[in-house]
Design a protein around this ligand. Structure first.
Ligand code: NDP
Length: 241
């Protein structure tokens, strides 16, 4: 039986590439999303991957959603915590809602999701938790106190949970992308991209979502069983942690 992989925010952007990469590697994949039904329907039609809608910031919704996935596909062996949002503004302008939305979607979600799969992984003696952080969680970013705090929290969470579960065959790791050529980044005017963004990246180009997906695939594999608590930076040399 194929192992089951659940990818939060797996219907668009980097998450879409991760879902497709895992499917192509032979996993049985569930992709979740928050509200964009149109994008999810298109993704399902194109890939044949099962989609599920719930808010990762809501603990009870995660519990119910995971129970549904497990009833339909089987126990979750690989969890990819990818769903994330930004609400950028400088701290002196930031409203409590902008802080809370980013912390709950990007960081509370790790507790909400991982807490609801960890018992099963420990019982079965195998599991992979892979969470997507960001270069801006490692180095900080102007206008992103909320996002940088949440993404740095992803790394701390991972190091603690990795220690707790290492002896049970469960590895816990972070993938930390730099600038990736998703729709959002590609919408930046070419002149801004060429003059402001690309000069920061020694490799001289944006990353591809598939480059993130390949690392997730590796960390999910049996071959990566000795890697836990680590952060894999995929940023073209922009920041070397
Ligand atoms: P996108 O905005 O393209 O896609 C986000 C996905 O997450 C969508 O499927 C969205 O669902 C889902 N999502 C958002 N909020 C929730 C929620 N509350 N509950 C459930 N699902 C939710 O994101 P990216 O591909 O750009 O980013 C993916 C991850 O990579 C994020 O964690 C991001 O912080 C990180 N990252 C991205 C970088 C980049 O260059 N793009 C760089 C560094 C890190 P729906 O479609 O319904 O909205």
């Amino acid at each position: 039986m194929a192992r089951v992989a659940l990818v939060t925010g797996g219907t668009r952007g980097i998450g879409e590439a991760i879902s497709v990469g895992l499917k192509n590697a032979g996993y049985s994949v569930a992709a979740t999303y928050a509200g964009n039904d149109e994008a999810a329907a298109k993704f399902k039609e194109e890939t044949g991957i099962a989609v599920y809608k719930w808010d990762v910031a809501d603990f009870e919704a995660c519990k119910e959603g995971i129970a549904k996935v497990e009833a339909e596909l089987g126990p979750v062996d690989i969890l990819v915590n990818n769903a994330g949002i930004t609400r950028d503004t400088t701290l002196h302008r930031m409203k409590p809602e902008q802080w809370s939305a980013v912390i709950s979607t990007n960081l509370d979600s790790l507790f909400n999701m991982t807490r609801n799969v960890i018992d099963g992984m420990r019982e079965r003696g195998f599991g992979r938790i892979i969470s997507i952080s960001s270069i801006n969680g490692q180095k900080g970013q102007f206008g992103q106190a909320n996002y940088s705090a949440a993404k740095a929290g992803v790394i701390g969470f991972t190091k603690a949970v990795a220690q707790e579960n290492a002896a049970k065959g469960v590895t816990v790791n972070v993938v930390s992308p730099g600038y990736i050529g998703t729709e959002m980044v590609r919408a930046v005017p070419e002149e801004v991209l060429n003059s402001k963004i690309l000069p920061l990246i020694p490799v001289g180009r944006l990353g591809e979502p598939e480059e993130i997906a390949r690392c997730v695939n590796f960390l999910a594999s049996d071959e990566a069983g000795f890697i836990t608590g680590s952060t894999l930076s995929i940023n073209g040399g922009q920041y070397m942690a």
